[in-house]
Unconditional design. Structure first.
Length: 367
């Protein structure tokens, strides 16, 4: 991306190099993915008067933890006891941090990508934010292209990483699709496009027979993925940007939810266009199973009956809620009203704990 931006008109690229202070950032609005202040890289050289905006693009961006290691972090995020222990061990930091978040909100400098991200942040930190600024993730809309129609089988596709909070839902989709194929004797080809530490585990545990065939495909660049989907795929099951990328092509897309835990059998699917207008990656909660729409049978039978209609609805949803034009207009409107400045960050929030220093030292060795 940096290489592309160098030649873009009206863009001044400030290059980032490990261990080297950046060029001074002045007279601008600095938009960052929301982050615990002590995680901000020391190389950033920002003037105190620069406006600062935090855009929360992941549910746990603003949730402190002892160390950002998956196992420990997940326990902390999902355990009330762990949360209390952390609070009492870090009370002075926690109180200052909450004041920081509240101040960001009051000064119109805190955005959330969707209501799910806001809900988790608001609840975990025991905030009382009533009117959050929701700014969804966006994708460039391409012109609608003709898809190749197929008969006698259905080609389903997952696009995305195969690790972390995505593994459980992918495994659930494979099991459900296999069960449908085995029960109805209708042939399903399930394509898994992606990489991740759990890929081999998923590959070895996925069932197959004459009616259900899994294909594992290495990750591809954006254009190759687009062409692959248009030429080979009937139905996509994914989350986040991957779901938007298939939806904008007019491919019927099922929007999946995230979870670190095993997916309960009563989980139900939903179409991308059935999202509320911003949520593209919710974390699963028990209350969501009751009215969470469709079984795998209903999804596939709906595809057989009205695939063109479903593809059109998915594309219309992306255009209305996640197009670059729509999101950019709201971004400019929101940042115009932002008032928080870099100099208002309490120095105590930037101080790294012993555990954080250990983690960063290990991380930097791997860069």
């Amino acid at each position: 991306m940096a290489t592309m931006l160098k030649s873009t008109k009206n863009v001044n690229l400030i290059e980032f190099k490990n261990g080297v202070k950046t060029e001074k950032i002045n007279d601008t609005v600095l938009i960052m993915q929301s982050i615990i202040p002590y995680s901000i890289r020391d190389e950033l050289n920002v003037s105190s008067s620069t406006k600062l905006v935090f855009w929360t693009l992941f549910h746990y961006n603003l949730i402190p933890s002892f160390m950002p290691i998956d196992g420990l972090r997940n326990i902390h995020h999902n355990s009330k006891i762990f949360k209390k222990i952390y609070y009492y061990l870090n009370k002075s930091f926690y109180d200052i941090f909450l004041d920081f978040i509240i101040n960001l909100q009051k000064k119109s400098s805190l955005f959330f990508m969707d209501s799910s991200t806001f809900f988790i942040t608001n609840n975990f930190l025991s905030l009382d934010i009533s009117k959050p600024k929701i700014l969804p993730i966006c994708v460039d809309l391409s012109k609608k292209e003709k898809r190749i129609s197929r008969e006698n089988s259905i080609n389903i596709c997952w696009v995305g990483r195969i690790e972390d909070f995505k593994t459980s839902i992918l495994n659930f989709c494979l099991l459900e699709a296999y069960s449908f194929a085995n029960k109805t004797k209708y042939k399903i080809n399930f394509h898994i496009v992606g990489y991740g530490k759990d890929k081999n585990r998923i590959k070895s545990s996925t069932k197959k027979n004459q009616y259900f065939t899994p294909f594992f495909v290495d990750s591809m660049d954006v254009n190759s993925t687009k062409n692959f989907l248009l030429k080979n795929i009937d139905l996509v099951m994914s989350m986040g940007t991957a779901a938007l990328d298939s939806g904008k092509l007019g491919i019927p897309t099922v929007l999946l939810d995230a979870s670190y835990k095993k997916i309960p059998k009563n989980y139900k699917f939903k179409w991308l266009y059935e999202s509320d207008g911003s949520n593209v990656a919710r974390f699963i909660e028990n209350k969501e199973f009751e009215n969470n729409n469709h079984s795998i049978d209903q999804i596939i039978y709906a595809y057989f009956k009205e695939s063109d209609y479903l593809g059109l609805k998915c594309r219309e949803y992306v255009e209305k809620n996640h197009s670059t034009k729509v999101v950019a207009e709201n971004l400019l409107k929101y940042t115009d009203s932002s008032q928080f400045t870099w100099g208002e960050i309490n120095d105590k929030l930037l101080k790294k704990s012993f555990f954080r220093k250990v983690y960063e030292k290990k991380r930097n060795k791997n860069i």
